[in-house]
Design a protein around this ligand. Structure first.
Ligand code: PMP
Length: 399
């Protein structure tokens, strides 16, 4: 018997598929602006100095035993403080149930499963557009999905009215997925005032907010400011859910280190919720990996290392901001007829250029410049050496 003859080729992942095409291109001047991974001005991946130092400190000092199902305790408690704040009352009261996760993807997957088991009448409201993998994650968890308006193509900014209307029109008690900062793929975030209005309305509607925070520090360069939305919701009395990832802000992409938390009504409730999180994790992967969690906990525990890390996040965010300025400037110098202000208005790792799928195809075919077909540029891949070529190519395809 042939067991697998009916298996068809799966479609390429829209983001990771870009890397595959890039790797196959023989042009030495090719540029990969697909995946959201930070690069320095030479286009090289970066290991942060704070991470190097943490590696020196843990080297040889630990064994290779399993972590508990919920991960490294110190790592989890420091992560929760990083997001909710050192003096957060919900943290102090033990109301936060949390486990170490397999980075941001893993946290989202754990929550989606938790939602299916324990919030069974709810679908998830996902921003339009969003990170493509969100759709896969909630689909595989068997949770129905709805879109809510987020991005307005005409202004290349936030569709705040549409968003508020969709929050209002959703049935009471709906679950909303919110990007905590540096929205992927649009680079468009609500202002603090808009977050406040969203929080109030969601409270009136008894909605549940699940924050995906994959870029803490990458929006403003300041990890505390980037956690503002979560803290606004908590101050208003929301019981939120949260996915944290250290892939981008500590450059620990391949270590798969993150944290999943749910804010509960009491410490007693949190204990029950946390026990169920572990029951979900155990058959999926048994327990999370050790090394990255050790590094993160070393950094967050040590005041000097933490300070150094904060600074390094700031440097990465600032370089990206500089590249936004340069790209826009170059396009204007070339006499582009378009208004490229959104390149510098948008924040975080991505620029949602407004270029069409056909334009993206031409950029790849004629210029060896690769990005996702939604016209999203990973600004982290732009540097002083390739920005002029990128601007010329963008000008050529958008003239
Ligand atoms: N959420 C969003 C919005 C993202 O952009 C990403 C990374 N591209 C993730 C989650 C998860 O990334 P990771 O699993 O590597 O932490």
């Amino acid at each position: 018997t042939n067991w697998f003859s009916h298996v068809e080729m799966a479609p390429r992942d829209p983001i990771l598929g870009v890397t595959e095409k890039f790797l196959a291109d023989k042009n030495p001047d090719k540029i990969n602006l697909g995946v959201g991974a930070y690069r320095d001005d030479n286009g090289q991946p970066v290991v942060l100095e704070s991470v190097r130092e943490a590696e020196r400190r843990v080297a040889g000092s630990h064994f290779m035993e399993y972590l508990p199902i919920g991960g490294l305790r110190d790592f989890v408690s420091e992560s929760v403080k990083l997001a909710y704040g050192d003096d957060s009352p919900v943290v102090a009261a033990g109301q936060v149930a949390a486990v170490q996760s397999l980075s941001g993807t893993g946290s989202c997957r754990l929550f989606a499963e938790f939602q299916r088991r324990f919030m069974p009448h709810s679908s998830v409201y996902i921003p339009v557009p969003t990170w493509s993998n969100h759709h896969n994650i909630w689909r595989d968890a068997g949770v129905a999905q709805n879109g809510y308006r987020y991005y307005k193509p005409e202004t290349r900014g936030l569709d705040f009215e549409g968003l508020m209307e969709d929050i209002k029109n959703a049935p009471n008690g709906s679950v909303f997925l919110l990007h905590a900062c540096a929205h992927n793929p649009t680079g468009v975030d609500p202002t603090p005032e808009q977050w406040q209005a969203m929080s109030k309305l969601m409270l009136d509607k008894s909605h549940f907010a699940f924050f995906d925070m994959a870029y803490q520090g990458f929006a403003t360069g300041d990890c505390t400011r980037d956690a503002a939305a979560i803290r606004i919701f908590i101050d208003d009395g929301h019981r939120v859910g949260l996915s944290q990832s250290y892939a981008k802000n500590m450059g620990l992409y391949g270590q798969r280190v993150g944290c999943f938390s749910l804010v509960c009504d009491s410490a007693a409730e949190a204990a029950k919720v946390e026990s169920q999180m572990k029951l979900i994790a155990r058959p999926m992967y048994s327990n999370p990996p050790l090394h990255g969690a050790l590094l993160v906990s070393k950094i967050l525990h040590d005041a000097d290392l933490k300070q150094q890390w904060y600074q390094e996040v700031g440097v990465m965010a600032a370089r990206i901001k500089d590249m936004r300025g340069l790209l826009r400037h170059n396009l204007q110098q070339l006499g582009s007829p378009h208004n490229w202000q959104h390149i510098t208005d948008q924040i975080g790792m991505f620029c949602y250029t407004g270029m069409s799928g056909e334009m993206v195809d031409t950029l790849a075919a004629a210029h060896s410049i690769y990005m996702t077909r939604n016209g999203r540029i990973s600004m982290a891949g732009v540097n002083t050496k390739n920005v002029a070529r990128l601007a010329e190519a963008m000008h050529a395809v958008t003239k």
